[in-house]
Design a protein around this ligand. Structure first.
Ligand code: COA
Length: 151
């Protein structure tokens, strides 16, 4: 099996996945949101490709010295194979190369799978945003320090 390549997401990649975004990847991000994210200022999106097929994507907002991880989404049939970790590690590498000191993200408090992915990469829970995703849908705020020059 060909190894996974992590590349910067292009508009061509977007055109490929926009029709099957909710069915194959995730049901809480629609194509229009993804497109506006992709074109957003200071945003960078990555894709994971295997044999030319997009098997996952992830996005970040860079605002040095901080970075926010916007999302990581792996194709439903390709989860639990380490692809989310590959995308997350690439974002950590980008952070280290861009003088980022702290990375933040929000994750649905019920999304224990994503929370485990982030905890495994060294993210810690630093707060809760009540009803962030709607009534009764709390977000957990997580953070990780990188390039901590004060140490
Ligand atoms: C969360 C998500 C990105 C994880 O991607 P993935 O490629 O499946 O994750 P990995 O295979 O790299 O797993 C990394 C770690 O996450 C945890 N994990 C991932 N899937 C898991 C599962 N089904 N059950 C338990 N733990 C799981 C484990 O700790 C795992 O490490 P391990 O394999 O050594 O046990 C993926 O499930 C997904 O796309 N979910 C829907 C979108 C989403 O919720 N994104 C996060 C929004 S912030």
């Amino acid at each position: 099996m060909e190894s996974i390549k992590i590349l910067e997401m292009t508009l061509e990649d977007y055109e490929v996945i926009k029709h099957n975004l909710t069915s194959d990847f995730d049901d809480f991000w629609n194509a229009l949101i993804l497109k506006s994210e992709l074109l957003g200022e200071h945003k960078k999106y990555l894709v994971a490709k295997q044999n030319g097929e997009i098997v996952g994507f992830a996005g970040m907002l860079q605002n040095p010295p901080e970075m926010e991880i916007m999302n990581i989404v792996i194709k439903k049939q390709q989860r639990k194979k380490g692809i989310g970790t590959l995308l997350l590690n690439k974002m950590l590498e980008i952070a280290e190369n861009n003088k980022i000191e702290s990375i933040f993200l929000e994750v649905n408090a019920k999304n224990w799978v994503a929370k485990k992915l982030y905890e495994k990469a060294g993210f810690c829970e630093i707060g809760i945003r009540k009803n962030y995703y709607g009534a009764g849908e709390n977000a957990i705020l997580m953070s990780k320090k990188v390039n901590n020059l004060q140490k």
